[in-house]
Design a protein around this ligand. Sequence first.
Ligand code: DAK
Length: 261
Amino acid sequence: MSEPLVTVEKLDNPARVALIRFNRPKVLNALNDALAEELAGVLTTLDADPSVHVMVVTGNEKAFAAGADIAAMAEWDYAKVYNDNYITRHWEAAKSLRKPLIAAVSGYALGGGCEFAMMCDFIIAADTAKFGQPEITIGTIPGLGGTQRLPRAVGKAKAMELCLTGRFMSAQEAEAAGLVARTVPADKLMEDVLATAGKIASMSLPAVMKVKESINAAYETTLTQGLQFERREFHGTFALADQKEGMRAFVEKRKPDFKNR
Ligand code: DAK
């Protein structure tokens, strides 16, 4: 049996959190078609698993992922990548998840690695992390959303400069620019990310999914439509037992016992 390209652990502590790890350390977790297919299967399965509320995806100390596998792609031609819908079919899985997916980034997050991290709901970075879209240096351009999500995260000027030069950006710069939720010392990355995931996993799952859907609507709609969507979802929470439980617990000065209903 060959090693899995993506490993998965459903954790007891914190409960309801699943940890997914890219597992191609010899090539800095370069993302090939087989890895993308495994990842899509894992994400889809975990999203449908009621015992999991939050997913965390990570790499290793040296690399989250240094991009798509260049050696695999080097000799492909246009007809092949177009006809095969080159790895797009697998990556779309991450876009349709209803539960939160957090990227824990240490080391390199380049090209498709940076793009996949941006497809996650938020990124927590080790202070050693390096982000970039170096595709231009190998004669191509970002293909998994780099020219679209990066400007939305860091603004046009910085996205343009990064994609046109292929320069790497430090975790500190990425945080200041808004790409990263928080930067933490490298040796505390997983502790911090898992505590964050555990906190989210302790909330009411339908409320968590409504927050995710509403914030994502901010990217897809006008402000008026987005506000209306949020209002409907807010009103909708009043149909949940967890809204009653959460507010009653506050009034009664106790911890809520959410049932995810
Ligand atoms: N692909 C294949 N192998 C890679 C790799 C990659 N992206 N990155 C690193 N490796 C391999 C190296 O070849 C080396 O292998 P060996 O020589 O040991 O066999 C090993 O990993 C260690 O790398 P280095 O020896 O280079 O390590 P260094 O510390 O010296 O340098 C580095 C680290 C990250 C600066 C360097 O490895 C590097 O520049 N890597 C390439 C970064 C890059 O250009 N990434 C962008 C690739 S293009 C799409 C989806 C995705 C994409 C497009 C479309 N669709 C859904 C349509 C994405 C495209 C890309 O990401």
